[in-house]
Design a protein around this ligand. Structure first.
Ligand code: 26Q
Length: 861
């Protein structure tokens, strides 16, 4: 497959061209491999034989990378595999783009500051149904596919749920053949790599493309120039009209890198376009000529800083100029790209713009795009305000992902004045028209309401409220689970919902079953192939066909054998990463997610302490062996979250080495939790901990992944947990704790954590334990901050209020686990009931309720 002419690629981070699409091999053969990944001949896509794939890999190894089979490192083998896969992908990409251009299709542009893609190799091989072809090809060369695929760094260009959701949606958009593109930032450093030293989190840079990323292609022909700073001049035209002229003081170059995302069975390819910031040499040249060599270098460094690093917070980073610059930078570049493509067909006639373009704002991070599109239409394209505003409000839609007040983005006005003076004027104008229009009509002369709904928050430091801007400019505003959408409508934006009742809707999140079942759990995928037929990754509802098997002992055994094998594999990984021996027969109880007080990892920890105390107080006591598995990164400045990580590690250390409890309890913290680890952990879980305070977790998405893979949910009635247990049955899961309403009532009444501390001896004992040096010998008080937050600081997330109920739920877990048949039955029913949580269903909801897209079969010729 490799072209005779394919060049040896230059080493690191250089511009790379697409490998030649010329193929040396005939396009006649079909794959010889049969298994769950390479299962169908459904697609019209060319599939190489094992021999052809082998040749392609070897050719790339020799000619693209410049090494030989004898000398090649695992990294080189991996690169060669990627280049071989790319030949299949790029051809499909070209066909997809030609189909869309030929039909002048309407497309969605998904704007997101984060895309947490993880690794792409196994996923792409599975989606192209050539995994086994590749495995056999490599085996015939004496190379193990697992070792090769483990070389791939994660693309960790996101913090957590929101970023991974964007990645799942791109996968579904490609699979469902909807014209679409993802736009984001090409961070040089993704989310930090977490090391644990002495039990504490240490952050290290993650340079995911240190040795180049063979999936991405630079597109120099689509570079954009992005102005920033400066001032606005009012120019009066002869007819008296005022023209706004922005004189920026910097121009930054936006360089696009494309990552093709291939749909299942190669249905179509969607592009993820990530913008890298570079200095504008031309612009700098003037400074240089004026004798400002050092200034020019400084400016170059400043420009290139923009896409250097992903902010590692999953809530807020208040008032950081660089963060606002990042947001503006990628939105401005993306909008120019959108306009350029639109104008190729429409020649600056904007009458069809809103019928061709939908733009989705993934939270408020890209909200500045609203002002930028207005600016482009008004100042550069010469539209009047009303026409421009009509277009904007027809095009944008906004997804809210959080109710936490501190996570609602606000930017100081003074930052806008410095960075985006013209955008600030436009925001003022949008605001004035809104307050004097909709607000004045509904609440005449009500200054309180004006202040409440204004985009500008008044005060000593005036702020721009990005959520208000997003709601006002969007045709749809959606939450990410039923309960969350209800709270968005009723509690976060009630007045906006009064003005525009039809604007608010729900789209419950989903996850791609290709990555989160087919690719990460081949054993279970094989069972689904048998029971549901091989199309289940496209129609996850068909997994319901497994439900009748839930009562059959032989099927239960097969299902639990798959789980057991996955647990054995995870146990080996835990040994490797943590040095802790765990028994795969024990309950694997897992909580993996960002560390946040509202997610309540410390509630889990309090229960572990309680269980440990029980074991110590009665040395003869026998329990079902349990392994508590954690994975979590904390925002680097979030001290309490880091203290909780420290506590998990220190408590784990003590428990794991305490022979008195006879290995009945183990606690492991797996460092550097990320997508590729999730793919190993989730298929091995028995219990999925989803224990946020009700009303705080917008949706959660790992809850869906766990249930799909046959874990039982131990959770609160929060986010998508509610919908998950509605599908899978409360009786097959362990629901506990206060409901959203009860949380609100308790808070309204005045919650006093001391009441719980004083009335529950058990709870008191475990909290007091934290003040001793039992877990941190010689350092009493090293874990006290957790206790303080729960008592002196008011326990804002009601950990103590839910403790007793959580403890009871855990006892139910133990009881059920003793009954192998009933547990197996519940696990099967959970997995078989997750059809709703395929991201394909979510995307269809977006398409029907928000985007109005048509899908297009991609021509293969
Ligand atoms: C904001 C400003 C400055 C710096 C960072 C940020 C920032 C970055 C990331 C704010 C929020 C995030 C991420 C939020 C997030 O991941 N939310 C989660 O979204 C998931 C997908 O909808 C939900 O399932 C989770 O419930 C929600 O917490």
């Amino acid at each position: 497959m490799a072209s005779k002419h394919s060049k040896k690629s230059a080493p690191v981070q250089t511009v790379k061209t697409v490998a030649s699409q010329e193929t040396e091999v005939a396009k006649s053969a079909v794959t010889t491999a049969v298994d769950n990944c390479d299962c169908s001949n459904e697609s019209d896509l060319f599939k190489p034989t094992v021999e052809q794939f082998k040749q392609s890999i070897v050719n790339h190894l020799r000619r693209t990378i410049g090494t030989s089979e004898k000398k090649a490192s695992n990294l080189a083998w991996w690169q060669a595999v990627v280049y071989a896969v790319n030949e299949l992908v790029f051809e499909r990409l070209t066909q997809t783009q030609a189909t869309h251009a030929g039909n002048d299709t309407r497309a969605v542009n998904y704007l997101s500051a984060e895309f947490l893609m993880g690794r792409l190799t196994v996923n792409n091989l599975c989606n192209l149904e050539v995994y086994n072809t590749c495995k056999d090809a490599l085996a015939s060369l004496g190379v193990d596919i697992n070792a090769i695929c483990d070389e791939e760094p994660d693309m960790a260009l996101g913090n957590g749920g929101l970023g991974r959701l964007a990645a799942c949606y791109i996968d579904s958009l490609a699979t469902l053949k909807y014209p679409s593109i993802g736009y984001g930032l090409h961070y040089e450093n993704g989310l930090f790599r977490q090391e644990i030293r002495g039990g504490r989190q240490v952050e290290r840079p993650d340079s995911w493309r240190e040795y180049g990323c063979p999936w991405e292609v630079c597109r120099p022909e689509s570079v954009q120039e992005i102005p920033v700073g400066g001032y606005v001049e009012d120019q009066v035209a002869p007819d008296g009209t005022i023209h706004k002229v922005w004189h920026p003081d910097h121009i930054i170059k936006a360089v696009p890198w494309d990552i093709p995302v291939v749909g299942f069975r190669g249905s179509s390819v969607t592009v993820l376009r990530l913008w890298e910031s570079r200095a504008n040499e031309q612009f700098n040249w003037d400074v240089f000529n004026a004798g400002g060599y050092v200034d020019a270098q400084e400016e170059k460094a400043a420009s290139e800083t923009i896409s250097k690093v992903l902010y590692p917070n999953d809530s807020t980073e208040a008032g950081k100029m660089l963060r606002l610059t990042q947001q503006y930078f990628f939105c401005a570049a993306s909008l120019r790209d959108i306009l350029r493509r639109y104008n190729r067909a429409h020649h600056h006639d904007y009458s069809a713009f809103a019928s061709k373009i939908a733009i989705q704002l993934n939270d408020t991070h890209p909200a500045i795009a609203v002002a930028e599109l207005m600016r482009l239409l008004l100042d550069e394209e010469g539209l009047n305000w009303d026409s421009a505003w009509k277009i904007v409000t027809d095009v944008f839609a906004y997804t809210n992902h959080t109710l936490l007040p501190e996570a609602l983005e606000k930017w100081p006005v003074y930052l806008f004045e410095r960075l985006l003076p013209r955008h600030l004027e436009i925001i003022y104008e949008i605001n004035a028209r809104f307050l004097d229009g909709e607000v004045a009509r509904k609440w005449p002369n009500d200054n309180g309401m004006r202040a409440k709904l204004s985009i500008i928050e008044e005060g000593p430091c005036r702020m721009v409220r990005m959520a208000h801007l997003s709601v006002i400019a969007s045709r749809r505003v959606n939450g990410v689970a039923e309960i969350h959408s209800q709270l968005v409508r009723e509690q976060l934006f009630p007045e906006f919902a009064q003005i525009w009742p039809d604007r608010f809707c729900n789209v419950t999140n989903g996850v791609t079953p290709r990555r989160w079942l087919l690719a990460c759990n081949p054993g279970l995928a094989e069972l689904y192939n048998e029971v549901s037929g091989k199309d289940w990754p496209l129609h996850l509802d068909s997994c319901a066909k497994m439900r009748p098997f839930a009562d059959k002992p032989d099927f239960q055994k097969r299902f639990m054998d798959v789980k057991y094998k996955n647990k054995v594999a995870l146990a080996a990984e835990i040994k490797k990463l943590c040095g802790v021996e765990v028994d795969p027969h024990a309950i694997f109880d897992v909580q993996v997610k960002r560390l946040h007080e509202y997610k309540r990892q410390h509630l889990n920890l309090l229960y572990i302490l309680h269980l440990y105390r029980e074991l110590l107080s009665d040395p003869t006591k026998t329990i079902v062996p349990q392994v508590f598995i954690f994975g979590a990164k904390a925002a680097p400045a979030y001290t309490l979250a880091k203290d909780i990580i420290y506590a998990i590690n220190k408590i784990g250390e003590r428990i794991n080495n305490d022979h008195r409890i006879r290995n009945q309890l183990k606690v492991v913290f797996i460092p550097n939790y990320r997508v590729s680890l999730a793919e190993k952990i989730i298929p091995a879980a028995d219990v999925s901990e989803q224990i946020s305070t009700a009303g705080y977790e917008a949706s959660g998405t790992s809850n869906m992944k766990f249930a799909m893979n046959g874990a039982l949910t131990l959770g609160t009635m929060d986010g998508a947990n509610i919908e998950i247990v509605a599908e899978a049955g409360e009786e097959n899961n362990f629901i506990f704790g206060l409901s959203v309403q009860e949380v609100q009532d308790l808070k309204a009444k005045g919650y006093n954590p001391w009441d719980f501390y004083n009335s529950d001896a058990d709870l008191k004992a475990v909290l007091d334990w934290l003040d001793t040096d039992y877990f941190t010998p010689g350092q009493p008080g090293a874990l006290s901050s957790i206790k303080r937050s729960l008592l002196d600081h008011g326990d804002p997330f009601l950990v103590l209020a839910d403790f007793a109920s959580y403890r009871d739920a855990h006892k139910r877990v133990e009881e059920l686990y003793k009954d192998k048949e009933r547990w197996a039955r519940a696990a099967i029913i959970n997995s078989a009931s997750m059809g709703k949580f395929s991201s394909d269903r979510s995307i269809e909801d977006y398409v029907h309720n928000i985007w109005s897209l048509k899908s297009y079969d991609v021509n293969n010729k």
